[in-house]
Write a protein that binds this ligand. Structure first.
Ligand code: LLP
Length: 442
């Protein structure tokens, strides 16, 4: 059992306080829905995982780097904080890459992923001296080599290997089994072919191998299985090709607790344990311990954000079993959190503007969209006196919340309010209907 509320969150008679600021004051000032980012939470998570990685690396005499997977939530302020805490940045599109550069993250501290990189993405990465491009297919080898030749540079690359490990909280986010679009298969020999071709291409410098097995993973065994597969491949390449690849990246995917019932191991501990496992397995194979890197996204920014909604309509409905469920409608919904309906994700919620002694009732938090699947929290016990005007808080919405948000039903996307770093302020402005109409050319 662990608290899903961000680290500086406290509760008293006045409800929820985050970063020293009352939720109801934030709501009055910035409106609802708003994503509230607890800066101390984010920074401390970044710091702790980086420190654990460095300590574990030092024990085995290798560097261990942490890349923040910016797809979880890409905003310049967040990237600046992550980078200030010693993290690098993982990107997967031109937009994420440009955002990282705009945040002042130096090219060499940025990685670029993507199963269908455009020429513009590759050229921009090479022009800014990006630290690594992760090769995802055989045709991409020639494309990156050609663009590197045109730019007059040698491109640092890794090979994304599909290890066959099936892991992840939901089928849509498992990424290392054979039948999906990412990476080069170990089983079919495509990964080995990619390695050999890259080693024979003077415009490419092969840094090492990459594996990302999925997301919201709570057990470590999948990571260990994948790491062992990469290590065996590395040993094979060293024995047959005479080249010892320097680095393995084990990707992201570390799970977090979304409700008090979830049990998620602390990510710094997981990373440290994995470094130990890799070191032991490398030695077993008689190979030197590789440099390592990881790409957590959700685990760093997810728990740092709480969404604040204003409650509107409250409607009890009769269930088939004779019971009752209270539908609590809020002023956002599937446009600011699609995860509930897309991945069957489970969240919790609480009244943030007051306390209540009213007996709790089985409730469902729903949005204001024209779909019955517009569910924010499927099942939660909320005080029976919840009503219009109450402020409702949903924790752990920082990862893939704003980044998967849409403007469905022409609902402007909420802003992101940072607290605990001076005066509370919007680091991403709330969208307006004028913003939406600005794209409508009539
Ligand atoms: N590295 C690579 C190559 C990835 O593809 C991803 C996530 C990460 C790192 C970061 O994974 P994380 O630590 O955040 O789990 N929209 C889904 C998650 C999709 C993850 C995609 N790739 C969700 O809301 O659960």
């Amino acid at each position: 059992m662990s608290s899903p509320w961000s680290r500086t969150s406290t509760w008293d008679d006045g409800g929820l306080t985050i970063g020293g600021r009352r939720a109801h004051e934030l709501a009055d000032r910035f409106g609802t829905p708003s994503y509230v980012l607890d800066v101390a939470d984010l920074r401390s998570r970044c710091r702790e995982v980086r420190e654990a990685a460095e300590r574990a690396g030092a024990e085995h005499g290798v560097p261990v780097a942490i890349y923040y997977a910016s797809k979880a939530f890409s905003a310049t302020a967040v990237l600046r904080w992550a980078h200030a805490e010693g993290l690098r940045v993982d990107t997967a599109s031109l937009g994420e890459l440009v955002t990282a550069l705009r945040a002042g993250v130096p090219g060499e501290a940025i990685g670029l992923h993507g199963n269908n990189k455009s020429v513009e993405e590759i050229d921009t990465a090479l022009a800014h001296g990006v630290g690594r491009l992760v090769i995802d297919s055989l045709p991409e080898i020639d494309l990156v080599a050609e663009r590197a030749r045109a730019a007059g540079v040698v491109a640092p690359v890794m090979v994304r290997v599909t290890t066959g490990v099936h892991a992840g909280g939901h089928e849509h986010i498992a990424t290392a089994h054979e039948d999906q679009k990412f990476g080069l298969s170990l089983a079919t020999g495509a990964a080995r072919e990619a390695i050999d071709r890259i080693l024979a291409t003077p415009e490419l410098h092969l840094l090492g191998l990459h594996s990302h097995i999925g997301s919201q993973i709570l057990a470590t065994d999948g990571f260990v299985t994948a790491a062992r597969a990469l290590l065996r491949l590395r040993a094979q390449v060293a024995a047959e090709g005479g080249v010892l690849l320097g680095e393995l990246d084990l990707g992201g995917g570390f799970g977090v607790a979304y409700t008090p019932d979830d049990d998620a191991p602390p990510v710094p501990d997981v990373v440290a344990a994995l470094v130990g496992e890799v070191a032991a397995a490398a030695r077993e194979l008689g190979t030197p311990v590789p440099a390592l890197s990881f790409e957590p996204g959700r685990a760093l920014v997810g728990p740092a954000v709480t969404t604040l909604y204003r409650v509107g309509t409250v409607k009890p409905v009769r269930l088939d079993d004779g019971g009752e469920r209270v539908y609590v409608s809020v002023d956002g919904g599937m446009s600011d959190n699609i995860r509930t309906i897309l991945y069957d994700a489970v969240y919790t919620a609480a009244i943030a503007s007051r306390t209540s002694d009213a007996p709790p009732r089985l409730s469902r938090v729903v949005g204001k969209h024209c779909e019955s699947g517009d569910i924010v929290v499927r099942d939660v016990m909320l005080p029976g006196d919840i009503g219009a005007g109450d402020l409702l808080a949903v924790p752990v919405t920082g990862a893939y919340g704003r980044s998967l948000a849409s403007s469905y039903n022409q609902l402007p996307r909420p802003g992101v309010v940072a607290v605990g770093d001076g005066e509370p302020r919007e680091i991403v402005r709330r969208e307006t209907i004028d913003d939406l109409l600005a794209l409508d050319l009539g």
